[in-house]
Design a protein around this ligand. Structure first.
Ligand code: GLU
Length: 400
């Protein structure tokens, strides 16, 4: 395929987006598919945020904005980092992009050269390694397992650092495992990083608001302020405020990086949609109390899911403390055949057969670097989850 660039030929399409689109297409064709494949809250964006967007339109705030975001939004972001994370940052060091993905693309494109290495714990969100490959750099994976709660240790981090390492990508709470790094675990990782001053950290905190069972969220720059000068702390409104379609991702990072991200963004999107930015000002500045209500609902759904999954023969599921995903092992079901006669040779077969025969969409673990697992999103209504669990149980019970 000569016409297509080498950079893009190195990249796989996003599995989460692909399966969600397939589920949507099946639904449009009249199938009663329950989609638990996308990490997208089923709640509507709160009305006060929508009102702010309508007001922005009425007031004619419909023009190009500052590349890295309107000052009003960057001020709210700086306040948020102080309020929630105890980070002292200036609005000049805050930056807004069209979703968290653009923040990651900006940062990686701005810094990676051929052969540079980026450390990514397994299981990872599908896009991290692909963005790194797009930049001609090399993802260096660090394995974890259920026994370690799907978290890397200081020792495994230390072993994976070389003189080519440019970044460590941390994502806590994690997509897909839901694992949360406790403060002392982050401190242990930070102590390793302190010995390697050439390594930067991208802390993807997009699931910050979604922590359960008394777990506490911390971010690495808060735990080790000395790392501030080489940390990009990233967040966004998609998951916390049910604003996936508005495409608001934001971060704080040292000026040396922010300037280059702005240079790149000036040549790509120019800036994020002005109306979405004004909605984001309201989202960050408004009453955040509704988040507790949503968090409780997600926690109840998590409990339903973990319990019903562990009642299925052949499935083992840890109780994750964050995000809105569970990441059970299906290793005992591999090698069996479905009622429709399909042999399940791996986790992708499991997912595709489940979709074809039971009309439930989930994502295979191998898309996240960990085979023999599946990711189920519980950002769906309790009724849908209960129905999906009954279908999954029936499907699994019929495997021979
Ligand atoms: N981050 C979400 C997920 O993992 C949304 C889809 C995507 O961008 O991957 O499902």
């Amino acid at each position: 395929m000569d016409f297509i660039s080498n950079a893009l030929n190195r990249v796989q399409p996003s599995a989460t987006v692909r399966i969600s689109q397939k589920a949507r297409a099946m639904r449009n064709a009249g199938r009663a598919v329950i989609s638990l494949s996308a990490g997208e809250p089923d709640f509507d964006t709160p009305q006060y945020i929508k009102n702010a967007a309508c007001k922005a339109i009425d007031e004619g705030k419909t023009k190009y904005t500052n590349i890295g975001g309107i000052i009003e939004l960057r001020q709210e972001i700086a306040k948020k980092f102080k309020r929630d994370n105890d980070l002292n940052v200036s609005p000049d060091n805050c930056f807004v992009s069209t979703g968290g993905k653009q923040i990651i693309f900006n940062a990686m494109l701005a810094t990676l050269n051929e052969g540079d290495e980026v450390i990514i714990p397994i299981p990872y969100w599908v896009s991290y390694p692909e963005v790194v490959r797009f930049c001609d750099a090399k993802p260096v994976f660090v394995n974890t397992d259920a026994a370690s709660g799907f978290k890397i240790s200081a020792q495994s981090l230390e072993k994976s650092i070389t003189n080519k390492t440019k970044w460590l990508i941390l994502n806590s709470p994690s997509n897909p495992s839901g694992a949360i790094y406790a403060r002392d675990e982050l401190k242990a990782l930070a102590d390793v990083l302190k010995k390697h001053p050439h390594v930067w950290v991208l802390s993807d905190d997009i699931y910050e608001q979604l922590v359960y069972g008394g777990s506490k969220f911390s971010t690495i720059a808060q735990v080790e302020p000395n790392l501030m000068e080489r940390t990009l702390t990233m967040n966004g409104l998609s998951k916390s405020h049910a604003m996936t379609g508005w495409r608001i991702g934001y971060c704080t990072a040292p000026s040396v990086l922010i300037k280059q991200m702005a240079k790149l963004q000036s040549q790509s999107t120019s800036a994020t949609c002005s109306i979405a930015q004004w909605a984001a000002v309201a989202a960050l500045n408004g009453d955040q109390n509704f988040l507790d209500g949503w968090r409780n609902i997600f926690e109840q759904r998590r409990n339903i899911l973990v319990k019903s999954l562990n009642e299925i023969d052949g499935i083992d599921c840890l109780t994750p403390n964050g995000a809105f995903y569970v990441f059970p092992s299906i290793k005992n079901l591999i090698g069996k055949s479905s009622k429709g006669g399909k042999k399940i040779l791996n986790d992708e077969d499991f997912v595709m057969t489940l979709l074809e025969e039971a009309d439930v969409a989930v994502v295979h673990g191998s898309a996240f670097g960990m085979a023999k697992h599946i990711r189920i999103s519980y950002a769906a209504s309790t009724e849908q989850l209960t129905d999906a669990m009954a279908r999954i149980k029936k499907f699994c019970d019929n495997l021979r």
